[in-house]
Design a protein around this ligand. Structure first.
Ligand code: FES
Length: 122
């Protein structure tokens, strides 16, 4: 095995630092689609695919999408939680594809919380 030089070690360090910075940037906005049994039954899959399409169309690399289990609130499914940077997370309820498009365009892209669909602010 060849010995590593100081230059090799510096390159490894720089590449690792780039990876960390990229991951931090990707996590600027986090959108969680709650996909428990009742969420899926109520349409969470369509909400998720709409969200993924909107992100692709907007060509945003800084939005992290997470599928999680349910929140224990069957009656308000599908639920979607939007967390933008250091702001408090907003839980949206009874989401549909159209509501997801509106939340994406107005809240995620423009910072306007869509209070008509909001279940809670955490
Ligand atoms: S099954 Fe978990 S909220 Fe309905």
């Amino acid at each position: 095995m060849a010995k590593l030089s100081i230059q090799d070690l510096k390159k490894i360090k720089e590449n690792a630092a780039k990876g960390i910075s990229l991951r931090q940037e990707q996590g600027r906005i986090k959108v969680t689609v709650h996909m428990g049994t009742c969420g899926i039954a109520a349409g969470a899959r369509e909400v998720m695919s709409t969200l993924v399409e909107e992100i692709a169309q907007a060509d945003r690399q800084d939005i992290q999408v997470v599928a999680s289990s349910c929140m224990g609130m069957c009656s308000s499914e599908p639920n979607v939680t939007v967390q933008v940077e250091a702001e408090e997370p907003i839980i949206y309820q009874k989401m549909t594809a159209n509501k997801m498009r509106q939340v994406f365009k107005r809240h995620i892209l423009l910072g306007e919380v869509q209070t008509d669909f909001a279940l809670a602010k955490m």
